[in-house]
Design a binder for this molecule. Structure first.
Ligand SMILES: Cc1ncc(COP(=O)(O)O)c(C=O)c1O
Length: 397
């Protein structure tokens, strides 16, 4: 007899996977160039040149036993030091390798942080804001705690401070933020982060214990003209930064990221070991060594991200011209417009008639919206505008 929990999910349908299968089948019928698959957030640009070059150098020149051996649980010390140095240069911090914990992407970084600040099976809770990355619910549930979701501010996708203040209580262990945001593309301003920091400092005093910010930042580098991503850890001491090389370096398949925390963070002296304990519970025993070395030798490099800016400009203007309501994305490669009927699932179903493959906002905790992952070639984004226009027109008939 297999696990009841996992067995009962065998036939559970994943919306994004279904859409992916749908667009593959449709592409076989009418040609991939005629299907506008905006469902998946897979980077569409090449990794920076140094990634292949450095990987080849390591594979060709370093001792294979060292390259392929078990790395230490926290990550390879010189890699962590290289990351620390780069963060110090960019953000004026004073990290050392003791402040960096290597992880299997942002997914593992966030999961380990959720576990590091809470206790299984207690009343502990973490608060996040809709629309949110759906995996957060999985991370919280498997950590045996609650994820409380604050309803979206659909005007700007910023923090609803009144709702947040009411939600924070004695059981609140962390606020989980994601800016630039998947799926809305919203970027929190420095003013917003300062306000959040002040509120949390007051609440820490009121309840006599720390409340962390878990700052999920896989899109930190993908930010558009006119927007700036503040460094959260520089503003609020109890911040656990979760970073990933998946998006800006276009290497999601290599599963590599890190957690960073400053010495100002409460319990910084044991945090590395606590994170390692959480990772061990998940059987994340170390992170693939080759790609630790690759990112360690490629610090500061990103893919050419300019295509996302171009796509955003084309798509955002096209959507507004066609009559859609959309908050302008400040970063990422997603846009999150309002669906043209209240039921976003029905809207995305209708969009298929126009060969547009879109994700309903329901799974992100924000119905009435849909996500467009515009990490696609520019010509495809350009050609899609006519489809979006026809889709909008079909609602006016
Ligand atoms: C907001 C957010 N957090 C975490 C992740 C997981 O990132 P990774 O692939 O690096 O594990 C993603 C991936 O899409 C994401 O969008």
């Amino acid at each position: 007899m297999l696990s009841e929990k996992y067995s009962k999910n065998v036939n559970a349908r994943s919306v994004i996977r279904d859409l992916f299968e749908y667009s593959k089948a449709r592409a076989a019928e009418i040609g991939a160039e005629n299907v506008f698959d905006f469902s998946i957030g897979n980077p569409s640009v090449q990794p920076p040149e140094c990634v292949t070059k450095v990987a080849m150098e390591i594979l060709g020149g370093e001792d294979p036993v060292a390259v392929h051996g078990y790395p230490s649980a926290e990550g390879i010390p010189w890699v962590r030091k290289a990351i620390a140095d780069e963060l110090n240069k960019r953000f004026g911090e004073s990290y050392t390798e003791k402040n960096i914990f290597m992880t299997i992407g942002a997914a593992a970084a966030v999961t380990c942080c959720v576990r590091a600040v809470s206790d299984f099976g207690t009343n502990d809770k973490i608060i996040t804001f809709a629309p949110y990355f759906p995996e957060y619910m999985v991370y919280a549930k498997s950590a045996g705690i609650r994820l409380e979701v604050i309803e979206a501010d659909i005007e700007q996708f910023q923090i609803n401070f009144d709702a947040l203040e009411k939600a924070i209580d004695r059981d609140t262990r962390a606020i989980l933020i994601n800016s630039p945001n998947n799926p809305s593309g919203a970027v929190y301003s420095e003013e917003t982060i300062r306000k959040l920091g002040k509120l949390l400092e007051a609440k820490q005093k009121e309840f006599g214990r720390s409340i962390y910010i878990i700052s999920d930042e896989p899109y930190r580098e993908i930010v558009f003209r006119g927007f700036k991503v503040p460094y959260v850890a520089g503003i609020y001491a109890n911040t656990l930064v979760c970073y990933s090389y998946s998006k800006a370096m276009s290497i999601p398949g290599e599963r590599i990221g890190y957690v960073a925390f400053t010495d100002r963070c409460e319990d910084a002296d044991i945090l590395l070991k606590v994170l390692a304990g959480a990772a061990r519970d998940l059987a994340y025993v170390g992170v693939p060594a080759l790609y630790q070395m690759v990112v360690g030798k490629s610090v500061g490099q990103t893919s050419d991200l300019s295509i996302y800016q171009e796509n955003k400009d084309i798509l955002y203007k096209g959507l507004i011209d066609a009559g859609y309501t959309c908050v302008e994305p400040g970063g990422t490669f997603y846009a999150f417009p309002r669906s043209l009927e209240p039921d976003a699932v029905a809207f995305c179903e209708r969009a298929k008639q126009f060969e547009l493959v879109l994700v309903p906002g329901n799974g992100f905790g924000c119905p009435g919206h849909f996500r467009i992952a515009f990490c696609q070639p520019k010509e495809k984004v350009e050609r899609s505008l006519e489809k979006f226009r026809l889709l909008a027109e079909s609602y006016r008939k």
